[in-house]
Design a protein around this ligand. Structure first.
Ligand SMILES: Cc1cc2nc3c(=O)[nH]c(=O)nc-3n(C[C@H](O)[C@H](O)[C@H](O)COP(=O)(O)O)c2cc1C
Length: 402
């Protein structure tokens, strides 16, 4: 049920717009508050009066109006909701979304919203199969929108093929799956975050510059989607995220032990920057500077590989194992090699060169690498990367619409 959930439904100018009336009815029956925004061309297919009557809310037409803007500004309209649904989405509107055009109220709302977007494309099968449309689709997906349909079957013009808008019942179910109880309800997630410290002696250690911001944001995002989340955190200056069980560790070995103790889980995300080596000749007492003597020799031994270990746990292997790759050059190539080497399912690669400011900063530009290929995500806040990744994980685990 969608009790009280607020949906902004964008209806664009395709023949399937008549089905959006049925969608409105279903969403309202499910308890949702549905606000509708029609493109100018959509008004050729459905009347604002029908949409207004069925939704029970004033319709926002695709002209920038002084009254509308005074009563509810276009930014509020796009953000004061739980989800934006575009049904039907024309080839034209998909192209605008992909290129970031904002030349009417619908495209502006889609550019300015910070809420999840679900797109239900509907068009002639040749339009759908056109490389331009497919490239636009890939871009819109890579930026985090979920896509449902189109389905195969008879099309309005008497032709047949892939292009029919998903049925209103399917779209309503996809919305409910995403909004109702949280798509990850009943699933267990494990996230590692932050650096590890490897002691040289009781006061000194080998560490790294990881702040834990990305891993902590991801743990919080997975919890918001309903997952039971354990966050295994190295030493960071961050508060424990709400709704998450946080286990504090210091070394790579402690992190591995804590991770194995939480198995089985449905998804494991290794976002921690784990030290590759530990100090094999760590001293129990503080090492003293010997006047005139040589500096101490620090001997290193390899640490266990947490990502590889979780990826090969046989029957206890999480359904989805995601690693992070922090690189300073040839980021994607190194990450692809890491994916193959570690046996995980996805790698989220980011550039941590000092000039980029990823370590410790609030922004990240990542590439999502899987067997399906490489997606280049645009630079955005770590919170947005976390939100997007959490939804992708939800889609992968629940068979949703990636
Ligand atoms: C009768 C008719 C049916 C159309 N059906 C579709 C359709 O199903 N999908 C689509 O992408 N475009 C369709 N179009 C073309 C769009 O209406 C056109 O691209 C328009 O610019 C879309 O505007 P909008 O995206 O701002 O709503 C149709 C046009 C006509 C005249």
């Amino acid at each position: 049920m969608l009790d009280g959930r607020r949906i902004l439904l964008v209806i664009s100018g395709g023949i399937a717009a008549y089905k959006s009336l049925e969608l409105i009815r279903r969403l309202r029956e499910s308890g949702a508050d549905v606000r509708c925004l029609l493109t100018r061309n959509a008004e050729n297919f459905v009347t604002p009066l029908s949409v207004q009557t069925l939704s029970g809310n004033r319709v926002h037409a695709d002209t920038f109006s002084l009254t509308d803007e005074h009563e509810i500004g276009h930014i509020t309209l796009a953000r004061d909701c739980d989800m934006v649904v575009v049904a039907p989405c024309t080839a034209n509107l998909l192209a605008k979304m992909a290129t970031g055009l904002a030349d009417d109220l619908a495209s502006t709302a889609l550019l300015v919203t910070d809420k999840p977007i679900l797109v239900a494309p509907a068009m002639n099968f040749r339009m759908w199969g056109h490389p331009a449309t497919q490239a636009n689709l890939a871009t819109v997906k890579a930026r985090g929108a979920a896509v449902i349909g189109p389905n195969a079957g008879p099309l309005a013009e008497g032709e047949s093929g892939v292009g029919r808008m998903a049925e209103p019942a399917e779209i309503a179910a996809a919305i409910e799956g995403r909004l109702a109880a949280g798509p990850l309800k009943g699933l267990r997630a494990l996230v590692t975050s932050g650096p590890t410290y490897e002691a040289i002696d009781p006061v000194r250690f080998i560490g790294n510059r990881s702040s834990g911001k990305q891993g902590h944001a991801l743990a919080a995002a997975l919890a918001r989607l309903g997952a039971e989340v354990t966050l295994i955190s190295g030493p960071v200056a961050l508060a424990d995220p709400a709704g998450v069980t946080t286990v504090h560790v210091e070394t790579a070995r402690e992190m591995l032990g804590a991770a194995l103790a939480r198995l089985p889980v449905d998804v494991a995300v290794c976002a921690a920057a784990v030290a590759d080596w530990t100090v094999s000749n760590a001293s129990k007492e503080k090492r003293k500077k010997q006047p005139g003597g040589p500096p101490p020799v620090i001997e290193l031994a390899p640490n266990p590989d947490i990502l590889a270990t979780l990826s090969e746990r046989g029957s206890a292997r999480p359904q989805l194992v995601v690693g992070f790759a922090a690189e300073t050059e040839t980021v994607v190539e190194h990450a692809k090699a890491k994916l193959a080497r570690k046996g995980c399912d996805w790698i989220v690669a980011n550039d941590v060169s000092p000039a980029v400011g990823t370590f410790g900063g609030d922004f990240n530009a990542v590439h999502l690498i899987s067997q399906a290929g490489v997606e280049d995500w645009p630079r955005c806040s770590k919170a947005d990367v976390a939100e997007r990744l959490a939804w992708r994980i939800a889609d992968a685990l629940t068979g949703g619409h990636p």
